[in-house]
Design a protein around this ligand. Structure first.
Ligand code: URA
Length: 219
């Protein structure tokens, strides 16, 4: 905790609450995805930007029915400026392919737009600073379904305290501040966790089938 406070103080010119106020205003003013990306490029309220190489905004099809939100870019994503292109992204692609999806039929982003140094866990302040942009991102894409991969994403987006073991494999109603209707949201394991714990792939397959079934019901 102490280390997190020091990290914020050292890198950020703004107090955390000021960062969140600024991100709310900047995100709300963005009417298109290009404008949102530009607003993030200009945003100085998240300390992670100072150590990252690139902004990692999104990949895939913004008109897709499904929007996937991971946690934060890793080294490869930071290098290329594209989410989920490293080892866990390759597993995610294989998982999506197993239910007939690919990067033309999903839209992919993260709850953080810059890589935490050394892939450390993001601080509460960093997640809070990015959250208005994530919420606006969802509003602009208006997907038919959301998938939160990993505990950090599921907990932050659903405002829950339980871990991913409890949250995964269920549908929730995501209520964004600027949405006039809720969006069905599924929580599932992060592919990086599945790479470390392949025994959980069976449970992840169950979650993927939930997504497949829901998309079939919607179409
Ligand atoms: N892990 C994530 O959560 N997001 C990425 O973009 C890459 C790895």
């Amino acid at each position: 905790m102490r280390e997190q406070v020091d990290l914020w103080t050292e890198h950020a010119p703004l107090a955390p609450s000021q960062g969140v106020a600024d991100s709310r205003a900047a995100a709300a003013a963005a009417d298109t995805l290009d404008a949102l990306r530009a607003a993030l490029s200009a945003f100085e309220g998240c300390a992670l930007k100072q150590t990252a190489t690139n902004l990692v905004f999104a990949d895939g099809n913004p008109d897709a029915d499904v929007m996937i939100l991971g946690e934060a870019p890793g080294a490869e994503e930071d290098r290329r400026g594209v989410p989920f292109v490293g080892a866990s992204g390759q597993l995610m692609d294989r998982m999506l392919a197993a239910i007939g999806l690919d990067r033309d039929s999903v839209y992919i982003s993260n709850i953080l737009f810059w890589r935490p140094p050394g892939n450390r866990n993001p601080t509460t302040a960093e997640v809070a600073a990015c959250m208005p942009f994530v919420q606006r991102h969802i509003e602009l894409v208006r997907p038919k379904a959301l998938v939160f991969v990993g505990g950090a994403s599921a907990k932050a987006m659903l405002d829950r305290t339980e871990g991913i073991m409890r949250l995964r494999g269920k549908w929730y109603d995501y209520h964004g501040p600027g949405l006039d209707r809720s969006i069905p949201a599924l929580a599932t394991f992060h592919p990086a966790y599945l790479l470390r714990s392949p025994g959980q792939k069976r449970a992840a397959w169950h979650d993927l089938l939930l997504l497949k079934t829901r998309l079939e019901e919607m179409s």
